[in-house]
Each structure stands twice: as structure tokens, then as C-alpha cells.
Design a protein around this ligand. Structure first.
Ligand SMILES: [Zn+2]
Length: 84
């Protein structure tokens, strides 16, 4: 029934590996931008959230995961990362 034969599976696997590699590069790039563009919070303790943030220079919420491990308090707008 399955149309995923061994050859297709290999192709899919390689595609996913490539995409994962790109994902890692993008994550590194984002991290790099944050670390270099935000001198005020230029530390290894900053984490990018997943929400748009008008106050943030990078447009998304940023958290200090050392002081705020639950990501409850964006450095710019004070909103939590976890929202409904
Ligand atoms: Zn924010």
C-alpha cells in the first residue's frame, strides 16, 4: 500500500537532513544577530521568544533565561512567551 519505497525514503531522509542543517544555520544566525545588535543585553543569557514584539529592536520578544527561566517577562514588553 505504501508508496514510500526504499529509494523514496532515502530521498526524503536527505531532504530532511538538508533542511535541518539550514535550520541550525538560521538559528545560529539569529543568535548572532541578537548577540551583536543588542549591546544592552549582549549576554549569552538571552533567548528569543516566539511572539512579535513592537518594543524589541529585533521585532520579537527576548528573554533573559538566566534570571527568568520560565520566560515570563520579555525584556522589552514584559509579556510571557507562553500565551493562549
Ligand atoms: Zn516583548
Amino acid at each position: 500500500m505504501s508508496n514510500i519505497n526504499k529509494e523514496n525514503a532515502q530521498v526524503i531522509k536527505e531532504k530532511i537532513e538538508k533542511l535541518n542543517e539550514q535550520k541550525r544555520k538560521i538559528e545560529f544566525e539569529i543568535e548572532d544577530i541578537i548577540q551583536t545588535s543588542m549591546p544592552k543585553f549582549n549576554s549569552i543569557w538571552n533567548t528569543v521568544g516566539s511572539w512579535d514584539c513592537k518594543n524589541s529592536p529585533i521585532g520579537v520578544c527576548v528573554y533573559n533565561h538566566m534570571e527568568d527561566p520560565a520566560l515570563d517577562d520579555c525584556l522589552y514588553c514584559g509579556k510571557p512567551d507562553e500565551r493562549k
